[in-house]
Write a protein that binds this ligand. Structure first.
Ligand code: ASP
Length: 380
């Protein structure tokens, strides 16, 4: 081969390598630009994970952790799956927050008790005081979810978000609502806008406040509502969180937990037609420190029951008039002369929540009817 035939070939080679270098450089540049753009999108890149809020999941059991033997059956057992398993089972949860899970109990919430309540309250307070978490999610059965929500709202200090979540269908159901509810609960717990709103319940795309939320349907997934005020916000995977108002000063005073459980004994007495004094006498003889009347209408009850409640108040037992009616307020001195009897009215609090507040007040040495009434009357 002559020198002349070699030279053009070399020039071609060097032109090809110049082009290759340019193409590679361009490709590298576009990769770097794409990667940077991708990383800037929240939740789309593992690198962003370092800035994610820390959410502690505390599992207590309930249908959200329930399992059936077969998908075809309605029967199931609650509290079968751990919090860790629940967290692992929800796709995308790790993009919302840095999660850790702990098991507090594995019970149906019909068995919820002071021991679990104290364990939850202490662990949440510790996690916030030691700056271990930016938010907490508690997985819980729905039967007593509103009581735990209200209890924690009244004892936790600070403004970091705590969200209680459950589901109406077990994890094995054809259309389980637990994963979606847990996803939304973590969304709310991880969001700084959730601070200062007290303890919240998140189910079925709604954010409900501790004071008003109640279960209104035995089996439907659309069951948690706040009849006296509506939800405080809405949440869904696509739309994110929409709070209906700015965080307000509606958070009540918080009460100290006694050193040990149980909380003082407070009974709920359910009023009805043909009501006599027996359930009230029963509560007194079993050492009740307080009696909450789930009264008819505006917290009323029969003459016989009223006389028995008067006797209870004279013995120093705290008597709170609430109502079995789902919405509305119980008002002082309408058909019942509360001033004369030394009774307290629950305002908007349901019997089950009035019971919790009465327990906490007694535990904190608040027993004078005027002081008790003040504690029940929300700052509207
Ligand atoms: N009995 C169950 C519980 O409260 C019901 C539920 O979670 O939906 O644990």
């Amino acid at each position: 081969m002559s020198k002349d035939s070699v030279r053009p070939a070399r020039r071609r080679q060097s032109r090809i390598s110049m082009r290759a270098i340019a193409v590679i450089t361009l490709a590298l540049c576009s990769f770097v630009i794409n990667a940077a753009a991708h990383a800037a999108e929240p939740g789309k890149d593992a690198g962003a994970a370092t800035n994610l809020p820390r959410v502690l999941v505390l599992a207590t059991g309930g249908t959200i952790a329930g399992q059936a033997e077969s998908r075809a059956t309605g029967a199931y057992k609650s509290g079968q799956i751990t919090g860790e398993q629940l967290v692992q089972s929800v796709p995308g949860l790790d993009k919302l927050a840095k999660l850790s899970a702990e098991q507090i109990s594995s019970i149906g919430s019909q068995d919820m008790n002071d021991k679990v309540w104290f364990a939850l309250a202490h662990r949440i307070q510790q996690a916030f005081d030691n700056n271990e978490a930016d938010g907490v999610v508690v997985t819980h059965g729905t039967d007593t979810l509103e009581e735990t929500t209200f209890f924690l709202d009244n004892v936790l200090k600070g403004d970091k978000p705590v969200v209680i979540v459950g589901s109406m269908r077990p994890a094995t159901a054809v259309s389980a609502d637990g994963p979606g509810n847990l996803y939304e609960a973590v969304q709310v717990a991880a969001d700084p806008r959730s601070r200062g709103r007290g303890v919240m319940a998140v189910l079925n795309d709604k954010i409900e406040g501790a004071r008003l939320v109640t279960k209104t349907n035995t089996t439907s997934i659309e069951t948690f509502n706040s009849p006296n005020g509506g939800p405080i916000g809405y949440v869904d995977t696509a739309g994110g969180i929409r709070f209906m108002a700015q965080a307000s000063g509606l958070k009540r005073a918080t009460y100290d937990l006694p050193a040990n459980e149980p909380l003082p004994r407070v009974e709920i007495v359910y009023s009805h037609a043909n009501m006599d004094a027996v359930p009230i006498e029963d509560a007194i003889s079993h050492g009740a420190k307080g009696i909450v009347l789930a009264g008819v209408g505006d917290g009323n009850t029969s003459k016989q029951a009223l006389d028995a409640l008067e006797q209870a108040a004279k013995k120093g037992i705290i008597v709170v008039r609430s109502t079995r009616v789902r919405s509305g307020f119980v008002t002082r001195n309408v058909e019942v002369d509360d001033d004369r009897y030394g009774f307290v009215v629950s305002e908007d609090l349901s019997p089950q929540k009035a019971r919790v507040l009465t327990q906490l007040l007694i535990a904190n040495g608040v027993t004078a009817p005027a002081k008790l009434q003040q504690a029940f009357t929300a700052t509207w």
